[in-house]
Ligand binder design. Structure first.
Ligand code: CP
Length: 310
């Protein structure tokens, strides 16, 4: 399978076989990601990271991935310190960065920004999150985490919990889980329900997602609880945010209603959706999930650049 030169703007850009191919490559990357094995496979290649929105995990795990592969990284995380401040367009910025680098990662507050970047760059462009739109690399690392823990995705029951309206990670993940045959339960306040077009996409793929507001009832027989932060920065009206903040919290009391082998995932950052007491339990997968961003992004960088890592 050859992914060299491809963009990754949406998880919809990948077939089921391509997703599993990337996950298998990510598994091969694990000893390199941990530093146990060394490689210089991407020596001479340059990754450009264009972060127009804050990030800890996505930005730093891409940087770690590139360094672990022997490549170099350029980029910015403060657009106010670039010529965008002087009025340069995103298209011009991307064209220039394209001439300095071999692969581009972009995070932007506008949905569609990564697609636009992909149109103006010859090098592969990876969407690292576009507004409330999509976050395909997070989706891949979420799938990788589930595969590592549960050894399969088909037939698993997964609850997506929290801000399903503005949360881009769950938009990508719901589609991918439906594509791979998981059963979906959507748990959110009424005002933060999963957008209709994503529900319809899941149905077209054969899933029949259930939508609930009661978390205790929803998690009773699920294999995975995937929790998201209420995305304060996406609310047009702060009073609407105040109405829903703190709607759900995963704590030890709640987990007594769940299966003994349930795993709790979160793309992070968390604010108050998961009680820190849960961190010490076998259910807490979110910190390992964040680490898995490194092997998954190593797999992506090497595949899109068409370089074999051994
Ligand atoms: N999960 C995630 O996208 O985290 P960051 O915003 O820290 O990159």
């Amino acid at each position: 399978m050859n992914l060299a030169g491809k963009d990754l703007v949406s998880i919809r850009d990948l077939t089921k076989d391509e997703i599993f191919f990337i996950l298998r490559k990510a598994d091969e990357m694990l000893p390199f990601a941990s530093g146990e094995k060394k490689t210089r496979a991407l020596e001479g290649k340059i990754l450009a990271t264009l972060f127009f929105e804050p990030s800890t995990r996505t930005k730093m795990s891409f940087e770690t991935a590139m360094h672990r592969l022997g490549g170099d990284v350029i980029g910015f995380s403060e657009p106010a310190m670039t010529s965008i401040k002087k009025g340069e367009t995103l298209a011009d910025t991307v064209k220039i960065v394209d001439s300095y680098s071999d692969i581009i990662v972009i995070r932007h507050s506008m949905e569609g920004a990564a697609r636009l970047a992909a149109e103006f760059a010859d090098s592969p462009v990876i969407n690292a999150g576009d507004g409330a739109g999509r976050h395909p690399t997070q989706c891949l690392l979420d799938l990788f985490t589930i595969m590592k823990e549960k050894k399969k995705i088909e037939g698993l029951k997964v609850a997506l919990v929290g801000d399903l309206r503005y949360g881009r990670t769950v938009h990508s993940l719901a589609y991918a889980l439906a594509l791979l045959g998981a059963e979906l339960v959507f748990v959110s306040p009424e005002s933060l329900k999963m957008p209709k077009e994503i529900v319809n996409d899941c149905k077209e793929l054969g899933a029949e997602p259930r939508s609930l507001t009661n978390l205790e009832r929803a998690i009773k027989d699920v294999d995975v609880i995937y929790v998201t932060r209420i995305q304060k920065e996406r609310f047009p009206d702060p009073t609407e945010y105040k109405k829903v903040v703190g709607s759900y919290k995963i704590d030890m009391d709640l987990l007594r209603h769940a299966k003994d082998d349930v795993i709790v995932m979160h793309p992070l950052p968390r604010v108050n959706e998961i009680d820190p007491e849960v961190d010490r339990t076998k259910h807490a997968l979110y910190f390992r999930q964040a680490f898995y961003g490194v092997p998954v992004r190593m797999a992506l960088l090497s595949l899109l650049l068409g370089v074999d890592v051994r």
